[in-house]
Design a binder for this molecule. Sequence first.
Ligand SMILES: C[S@@+](CC[C@H](N)C(=O)[O-])C[C@H]1O[C@@H](n2cnc3c(N)ncnc32)[C@H](O)[C@@H]1O
Length: 271
Amino acid sequence: MNNLTQYQLKKIRDYIHRKTGIYIQDSKLDIFLSKKLERIMKKYRYIRFHDFFSEMIKGENTILFQELIDNVTVNETYFFREKEHFSILTDYILPNLDKNERIKILSAPCSTGEEVYSINISLIEKDSSTKKIRFHITGVDINSRAIKKAKSGVFGKNSMRTMPPALLKKYFQREGELYRINKKLTENVSFYNLNVFDRYRMKTLGTFDVIFSRNMLIYFSDKKRNEAVLTFYMMLKKGGYLILGHAERVDKNIKKFKRLNIKGCHIYIKN
Ligand SMILES: C[S@@+](CC[C@H](N)C(=O)[O-])C[C@H]1O[C@@H](n2cnc3c(N)ncnc32)[C@H](O)[C@@H]1O
């Protein structure tokens, strides 16, 4: 197989961007994208770029597209990452929610699930004495391998780097080098392999009281970032909360949210 040209790399880059929001900078085309593409083409025995590309764009759900996405997404995550958000959820947001209803929380993207289980642990800990709140957490991610791992509930040491030891002991069983989450914590969560730009499938998940969308929008172009934020707006109940990563903001031209500053974090409320 010949080396891929800049034209071919940009064609793939633009396709990924259009479909997923992820924008790979020019400077990363040669070192990052071309290596991954060459490996995938070899694995599926494509010699000509044209054949590979035409097969891949036959549909967003082709094996080739999924393979590409599984390779270019950055799935770095760990338990209680940006930990202030979990105490904002339990101490500030929770008291404002209607506890007569089952509380619905979305983690989009959830990557390998650490965020979903951190939310679960935080709410269980908060409610341990009264056991009054009912809640469900839905995790979605475009990376199919990440979702598979999230469902397995088994994590390595790296995921535990900021996990309080008492919670590790309370909610996990050690299996050699790995940690398996208690079965109880897998009962009120669901995971889906989904693209946040697949508005139709996103809509089928229903509406949510709280949406966590942390550390995904940073990989998007401005246009796609705004598009994703508007999808989250659509999926929030009136008065629902949107929590972004520390480095992320809702564009100031989007006036649909009220912005709050809690514990130094920006939290958005659907007007
Ligand atoms: C760095 S992880 C963030 C995980 C977690 N929210 C956290 O903050 O630790 C970013 C995730 O965004 C996912 N992602 C990127 N584009 C996406 C899209 N269009 N739809 C759904 N997930 C996407 C990637 O697969 C990756 O798992």
